[in-house]
Design a protein. Structure first.
Length: 639
């Protein structure tokens, strides 16, 4: 098995009647088997060829996650072309234009939800690409324009394909090479145009084998794929790894908008009853908040039992790899009781079959990992990079240490390097560099960035980390996002930011800054509902000057929890906690480009947008000015 075409053909031969994809049609989930999908892919590939698609052509795929997203990508690859999956979070015409033009795509496959934007871009910028409108499983009343096709039409064309088309498809399957490109995946972009990551058959095949070696996956496994399907994590682990093992995946009921899709997730989970779920920190926090909200609504007794058994479970499970060992073994009866009385009911809300989460995308606070482990749904944190297709390391059953990103996947060489590229010893922190068949071919039309990132076969990730004596990788953050004190000492801010948010329901978003300054500053976005609750509970009259001062004191107390709480203060270095902060009127979002498509904050952009606030906080009278600023903002916030 050397190509994705081989992978799919093998899966059809081995698991033909198994369900591959579940999708909601007319209010009910319906499945498409591997064999049925194989017919669709073959016919669509033939239809694409008859519409003019040639080997090595590029095809933009712009759709919410659905069965025909997967079938379209497989058909493009089967035709010998290159799929360019585009994030559904792109809303600006210029962003879509860049991807279409930079990738040199000749076709755009688009769902009806995004058709208007594609048409706007094509008209405004005089593009000539052919547009294929996904009109399945349900037809629509859209009128075609010039150079537009319905996907159902191409499917019919492919079904009636002549011998020449069938021969061309067979030739593609026969002559496809492992190092042929199959995807150009665009990074989310920060301060400049995003880079196009070229991934090959070999990259995906290698990473699928590496990822599935870390988890036991059987054909009975099913997941609800909540992440955007263009996301590299979802792409490899949620799509191709499951196909390799004959398992199945379900699409979230997308409704008419992303907001509607998000609302459908809890119901869809109960309907699909997944065995595992892929998650990123933002999703994990939402799940945790919803669980705690549900517990609170059940009254004081249930809330007390939940907290007691949660604490017992956290102690019993330790850091994951030492669960129930030593004196903790005596807690086992209480752990079983808590599971029977409380936690099993929580798991029923996830369908009753959920065994674990696989976490990726960004650093996940260890307290969230402890939370889910205690309720019986461990969250196995991993680490990866789109440039590595993407899985580099992961935790799993039997290889689990909370706080770490797990052990390195097989057939991958990992080196922790110093600033000069020299290998460091066990336990020493440096740049994470990897070498293996899963490492990208390079950046599309960007030789300079490729040469900078790929050196002597090693992918220089730009991430800081270390490997401990047991072989677990700990990721500390990005080189370029480090806090740097005025004496040159450095510290990664991500874990502190996550911890501040985790330990205070008032703090919705936190950004820490220190660029060779005498102290650290912070930008803080508050949870509006929690703020009003806090002020009401403390009987603060915000209309008076004393009330405003009291409100700010309460907020400052929440921001300083890691500094003054006797337990937390031992875990987090006070030197890097903020001495001055500014509240924000608006949070970081994808719309204002301060969050990327994986919900990571775009640090260079934040530095640029809030440059004036940082200057104010570091001025000689920065503390008093920041106080005045925060009171003015609160006045506006609480109008």
């Amino acid at each position: 098995m050397k190509t994705l075409v081989n992978l799919f053909e093998n899966a059809i031969a081995s698991f033909g009647e198994n369900p591959l994809v579940w999708e909601k049609v007319n209010g009910k989930y319906q499945s498409t088997s591997y064999s049925e999908a194989g017919v669709y892919v073959k016919n669509l590939a033939g239809g694409l060829m008859k519409a003019g698609l040639r080997a090595n052509d590029k095809v933009v795929l712009y759709s919410e996650g659905r069965a025909w997203w997967l079938f379209s990508e497989l058909a493009v690859i089967a035709a010998g072309a290159v799929c360019v999956p585009v994030s559904v979070r792109i809303e600006e015409p210029e962003e879509l234009l860049f991807r279409i033009q930079h990738s040199e795509s000749s076709f755009v496959i688009v769902s009806s939800r995004f058709l208007d934007l594609v048409r706007t871009v094509k008209t405004k910028f005089h593009l000539t690409q052919k547009i294929i409108i996904i009109d399945l499983p349900l037809t629509n009343d859209i009128d075609k324009l010039e150079d537009e096709f319905f996907l159902s039409e191409l499917l019919e064309e492919g079904e009636s394909s002549d011998t020449e088309t069938h021969n061309r498809l067979a030739a593609v399957a026969s002559y496809a090479r492992p190092d042929d490109a199959v995807n150009i995946c665009y990074t989310s972009g920060t301060t400049a145009d995003p880079k196009g990551i070229v991934l090959t058959h070999q990259n995906y095949i290698a990473n699928v084998k590496q990822a599935t070696a870390m988890f036991e996956v059987t054909p009975e496994f099913v997941t609800l794929l909540m992440l955007p399907w263009d996301h590299s994590f979802a792409h490899t682990v949620g799509l191709y790894s499951l196909i390799y093992k004959g398992a199945s995946l379900a699409a979230v009921d997308g409704g008419k908008s992303a907001v509607e899709a998000l609302r459908n997730v809890p119901l869809n989970i109960r309907e699909i009853k997944p065995v595992f779920l892929l998650s990123v920190p933002a999703l994990a926090k939402n799940f945790k908040n919803n669980i705690e909200k549900g517990i609170s609504e059940k009254g004081a007794m249930v809330r007390m039992l939940f907290r007691m058994f949660l604490r017992i479970g956290m102690i019993y499970h330790g850091t994951g790899n030492n669960a129930g060992k030593g004196m903790r073994v005596f807690l086992r009866p209480l752990v079983k009781l808590g599971d029977a009385l409380v936690f099993s009911k929580i798991r029923d809300g996830f369908g009753g079959r959920l065994r674990f989460f696989i976490g990726g995308g960004a650093l996940l606070d260890i307290d969230i990992q402890k939370f889910f482990n205690a309720i019986g749904i461990p969250m196995y944190q991993g680490y990866g990079l789109s440039e590595a297709a993407p899985v580099i390391s992961t935790n799993g059953a039997g290889i689990f240490k909370m706080g770490s990103s797990g052990r390195i996947v097989p057939d991958l060489e990992l080196v922790i390097a110093d600033e000069n590229g020299q290998p460091l010893s066990v336990g020493q922190t440096g740049e994470i560099c990897v070498k293996g068949d899963n490492v990208m071919k390079g950046y599309w039309k960007n030789d300079e960035a490729t040469a900078e990132t790929l050196q002597d076969g090693f992918l220089h990730t730009g991430d800081l980390g270390y490997v401990d004596s047991e072989g677990f990788l700990f990721v500390k953050g990005r080189f370029k996002s480090l806090l740097i004190a005025n004496d040159g000492e450095k510290y990664s801010p991500e874990a502190l930011e996550e911890a501040m948010i985790f330990h205070s329901s008032l703090l919705s978003q936190v950004y820490l800054h220190n660029n060779q300054n005498p102290y650290t500053t912070a930008l803080v976005y508050l949870d509006d509902v929690q703020l009003r609750k806090m002020l009401l509970s403390a009987a603060v009259d915000f209309t008076s000057s004393e009330g405003k001062k009291k409100a700010l004191e309460l907020i400052t107390h929440e921001i300083n929890k890691l500094r003054f709480d006797t337990v937390l203060a031992k875990q987090y270095p006070s030197r890097w906690l903020p001495s001055v902060y500014c509240l924000l009127e608006d949070g970081f979002t994808e719309k204002n480009h301060l969050l990327n498509s994986t919900m990571k904050i775009v640090r260079p952009k934040i530095e640029q947008v809030y440059e004036n606030l940082f200057e104010m906080m570091y001025a000689a009278d920065g503390k008093s000015k920041s106080t005045d600023y925060n009171i003015r903002l609160l006045e506006k916030f609480l109008q």
